[in-house]
Design a protein around this ligand. Sequence first.
Ligand SMILES: Cc1cc2nc3c(=O)[nH]c(=O)nc-3n(C[C@H](O)[C@H](O)[C@H](O)COP(=O)(O)O)c2cc1C
Length: 334
Amino acid sequence: MSVLIVIGSTRPVRVGRQIGETLISTLQQVEGLDASLVDLAELNLPFLDEPLMAATGHYAHAHTRKWAQSITAADGVVFVVPQYNFGYPAPVKNAIDYLFHEWKNKPTAVISYGSHGGRQSYDQLVQVLQFVGTDLIEPGVHITLPRDAYGPDGRLQDTGAALAPYLHQVRALGSAVLERMSSPCERPQISLVPRAADQLGAQFLEAFNTHNPEALAGLFHEHAQFVDVMGHTFEGRAGIEAGHHHVFAGPLARASLTMESQRSHRLGASTVLVEVRWSSTGHDLTQFTEVAVPVRRHGLLVLVATKPDPFTGWAIERSYNTDFSLATTHAEAH
Ligand SMILES: Cc1cc2nc3c(=O)[nH]c(=O)nc-3n(C[C@H](O)[C@H](O)[C@H](O)COP(=O)(O)O)c2cc1C
């Protein structure tokens, strides 16, 4: 199983690389563990420059894809981070923020170091790793580097001696990481519980009843799909908006929807299915069908909504509308 050690300091004169290299050989001693190293100084990611949020999974830049591949390919990740001013270095946060889905359930551990063990750096990083959904393995290791461990050049004079008191903890951590990687468990994620998923049906009806195509399309993801009761398929938010401009100006100009009932089913942490039973009046569907359409129609609108990340609201991915009254009328006509 492969574990990736991420060296979290990028200063030109630093000890992070020395520590990382020593820890690699220590972790290699754990049977079954194949350790490799990524040095954030060499990776040289710019400050986050992706146009879209990582949660969308769309990466515009090669440097992002390369970094994402490193994390995806690793069975586990060990962050080796110094403490700077009571926290962990900015390049580590930057590197984490570049990705999203890659972190889910990824076994991770943290080894901190500093003049006093880097405990605050550790604590802060752990919070973020938990938030992004990694499978954090604790306890980590906190390495205290006394002043006299450094030479006049700012590097560790004897890395082996400085780290010797901690190597048994590092090996134990390596074993724990190996064990977790060998039997990954689906740990509960930070809940992406809807704050407004239950309101999607009502919002849809409100946009419909005010004949507002922009508002209606605004409830959908950019690449959503909407299939109406006649089987017309509107592709994307733009298509949904254009389609509703058309129908609100014509056959549905006086149409009004009433919500009869609504049910939501959670399909996963970030997916919800909303069923809206509706009735409708004021339509003029003569241009679409020759069958007699009742004055009050009844149907079922199914919305599949997702919340791709914790920061944006729920939006509709797929929407299918069914008209029970049309089906009945049609069946009777045959
Ligand atoms: C900007 C800066 C802030 C620091 N703040 C702390 C601190 O809050 N607590 C601590 O124990 N050590 C602190 N140190 C000491 C570092 O942990 C120590 O210099 C360590 O070698 C830094 O890792 P690096 O050489 O890999 O960059 C700080 C060092 C720097 C450069």
